[in-house]
Design a protein around this ligand. Structure first.
Ligand SMILES: NC(=O)c1ccc[n+]([C@@H]2O[C@H](COP(=O)([O-])OP(=O)(O)OC[C@H]3O[C@@H](n4cnc5c(N)ncnc54)[C@H](OP(=O)(O)O)[C@@H]3O)[C@@H](O)[C@H]2O)c1
Length: 323
């Protein structure tokens, strides 16, 4: 099989294609012929060495869709030819084939094609986690979504808008502002040139927002805190601009705020919880609540180029690798 093997932490140039042997599936495993691999910002943290969660040499990547081509002993839920997708903290997705425990697979309904599945599982499940697992966002509330034209940002905006919330989105460029509007943002702030916290105060007539969804991290954390309403929650779920510096929890007392730092993997460890979340995501796509934009796609061998584009803030929506 072809795989992208990371041998040293570093820049995108460390993502190199190699020929790797793939074994027969063991007990409880299947061999998946992968068709579409999702690119996530998490992959950049792993590649750069910010996270040391992939042992080197190793194959990065946490999501893909494909077709089962062999099932190991004891596997009854999947057979050859079944279409499936997965999200895993076990890495190994940047490859044409892989072995994976059958109980990690999510069966794909006919209505969800491989491209959509490969582009949305991590991002769509993350959106569900953000909107339902701590404090459900309610109709009539206002939220702030950073990087609103990005992969998670677009789906989060669409779903929050559907729930009846007012969505304020931030984006880096005017072109992204048009995308964010088209996805359901009621207000868009180009935070590369505007003070977003001051604009939120203006838009909300001084009240602030009930929830901030902040995946940008270092550059936005302080402004996000300032943009919160009394009792509002800052959800810091990423660090595209760099990690958030340490802060004193006592600062939250000024407005009885809370900060939540969730990780999707913890919410999908349990198989039935994962299936329930996947079913809700598939339904949201079928109903047109979530529309997955694939803004860029690359062949598997060009994974480095995909990382360059993502880290240069040049992508919108989801980015995928084709096998
Ligand atoms: N906690 C979890 O379980 C979880 C799960 C999934 C994703 N995430 C996080 O969610 C975020 C979004 O993931 P994604 O894959 O959908 O990526 P993405 O949002 O499509 O891409 C990142 C975006 O962040 C913005 N950004 C701001 N400052 C940046 C900088 N210095 N460098 C690069 N980008 C910067 C850019 O948008 P603008 O140009 O508009 O600023 C960029 O397009 C990531 O931080 C990721 O780690 C977390």
């Amino acid at each position: 099989m072809k795989a992208i093997v990371l041998r040293a932490y570093g820049g995108p140039e460390e993502l190199k294609a190699e020929d790797v042997k793939v074994d027969k599936p063991g007990a409880g495993e299947v061999r998946l012929r992968q068709t579409v691999i999702g690119i996530n910002f998490h992959d950049a943290y792993v590649r750069s060495g910010l996270y040391k969660t992939l042992a080197l040499p190793g194959i990065p990547g946490i999501e893909a869709a494909g077709v089962v081509e062999a099932a190991g002993e004891g596997v009854t839920a999947f057979k050859d030819g079944d279409r499936a997708a997965y999200v895993t903290a076990g890495y190994g997705a940047y490859a044409s084939h892989r072995l994976i425990a059958a109980d990690k697979l999510i069966r794909l309904p006919d209505a969800i094609d491989d491209r959509t599945a490969g582009a949305m599982m991590v991002k769509g499940l993350t959106v569900q986690m953000l909107l339902t697992k701590l404090r459900p966002l309610a109709a009539g509330e206002t939220c702030l979504v950073h990087a609103a034209a990005g992969g998670v940002g677009q789906m989060l905006t669409q779903w929050a808008h559907h729930l009846g919330a007012t969505v304020i989105g931030t984006v880096g460029t005017d072109a992204k502002a048009s995308k964010a509007k088209a996805n359901g943002c009621d207000h868009v702030i180009v935070y590369s040139r505007e003070d977003f916290a001051a604009r939120v105060t203006e838009i909300t007539a001084g009240k602030g927002v009930q929830m901030v969804f902040d995946s940008v991290g270092g550059d936005t954390f302080e402004g996000s805190l300032a943009a919160l309403a009394a009792q509002g929650i800052l959800v810091n779920f990423g660090q595209s601009s760099g990690p958030v510096p340490p802060f004193a929890p006592a600062r939250l007392a000024a407005k009885s705020n809370a900060v939540w730092r969730p990780i999707l993997f913890h919410y999908i460890e349990n198989r039935s919880a994962r299936q329930e979340m996947a079913d809700a995501l598939f339904a949201a796509v079928a109903e047109g609540i979530v529309k997955v934009e694939i803004g860029a796609e690359f062949p598997l061998e060009a994974a480095a180029e995909a990382h360059r584009a993502m880290e240069a803030r040049a992508t919108t929506g989801s980015t995928i690798l084709r096998v």
